[in-house]
Design a protein around this ligand. Structure first.
Ligand code: NDP
Length: 240
């Protein structure tokens, strides 16, 4: 029987590419989203992948959302924590609200979603938790103290939790994409984007499908010996 995968923020950008790739590889897929109903409805109509609306920033909403997904598709065996936001600003200008929003979604959101999924994975003796962190959580980035802190936190989360899942058949891994051509990056002014591309050794932005293929590998049985790892997909921009 097909394994069930839940992709947070799975209706747009990198998440949409991940949802589609998992579906094409034979998984039964649920795509979560938060606010953009129009994009989610379009995605559902085009792909046939069911969409589920809740905010990963709320623990209670994640518990309720997971229950709905599992009632429709069965136990979630692959969890892709992809949902993420930016609220950029130089540190001396960012507000506590900008700090909290990014931490709540990009770091606490990973806890909120993984925690309710975890007991079932332990009971069944199988699970794949994949976290989409960021190159900027590794190297830092001006104007992104909140985002870099959250994404670096995701890497600590990945390493610590991987130890707890290891004997239970659950792998926990992170992917750190470099700059990928999605709404998040295309929203940056063109001049800034040109500057970004100039810093990427391969000379181009990444494609969402390239991150999706990393997820497919980490979700597969072939990746059973890989846990606690950080898979960098950044065109050579940062090597740790
Ligand atoms: P997009 O802005 O294109 O899409 C973000 C997705 O996350 C949307 O589906 C959005 O839902 C969803 N989302 C946002 N907040 C929440 C929330 N609170 N609860 C549930 N879903 C939410 O982002 P990208 O595809 O560019 O980024 C995806 C991930 O990859 C993020 O974690 C990002 O930090 C990371 N990343 C991106 C890079 C890039 O270059 N693009 C580089 C490195 C990392 P809705 O449609 O309803 O708004």
């Amino acid at each position: 029987m097909a394994r069930t995968a839940l992709v947070t923020g799975g209706t747009r950008g990198i998440g949409a590419a991940i949802s589609v790739a998992l579906r094409e590889a034979g998984y039964s897929v649920a795509a979560n989203y938060c606010g953009n109903d129009e994009a989610a409805s379009r995605f559902e109509a085009e792909t046939g992948i069911p969409v589920f609306k809740w905010s990963v920033a709320s623990y209670e909403a994640c518990v309720a959302g997971l229950a709905k997904v599992e009632a429709q598709l069965g136990p979630v065996e692959i969890l892709v924590n992809n949902a993420g936001i930016t609220r950029d600003g130089m540190f001396h200008r960012i507000t506590p609200e900008q700090w909290r929003e990014v931490i709540d979604t990009n770091l606490s959101g990973v806890f909120n979603m993984t925690h309710p999924v975890w007991p079932g994975m332990r009971e069944r003796g199988f699970g794949r938790v994949i976290i989409i962190s960021s190159i900027n959580g590794q190297k830092g980035q001006m104007g992104q103290v909140n985002y870099a802190a959250a994404k670096a936190g995701d890497l600590g989360f990945t390493r610590a939790l991987s130890l707890e899942g290891a004997r239970a058949g659950i792998t926990v891994n992170a992917i750190t994409p470099g700059y990928i051509a999605t709404d998040m990056v295309m929203a940056v002014p063109e001049k800034v984007r040109e500057g970004i591309i100039a810093q990427i050794p391969v000379g181009r932005l990444g494609e969402a499908s390239e991150i999706a293929r990393c997820v497919l590998f980490l979700a597969s049985d072939d990746a059973g010996f890989i846990t606690g790892a950080t898979l960098a997909a950044n065109g050579g921009q940062y090597m740790s």
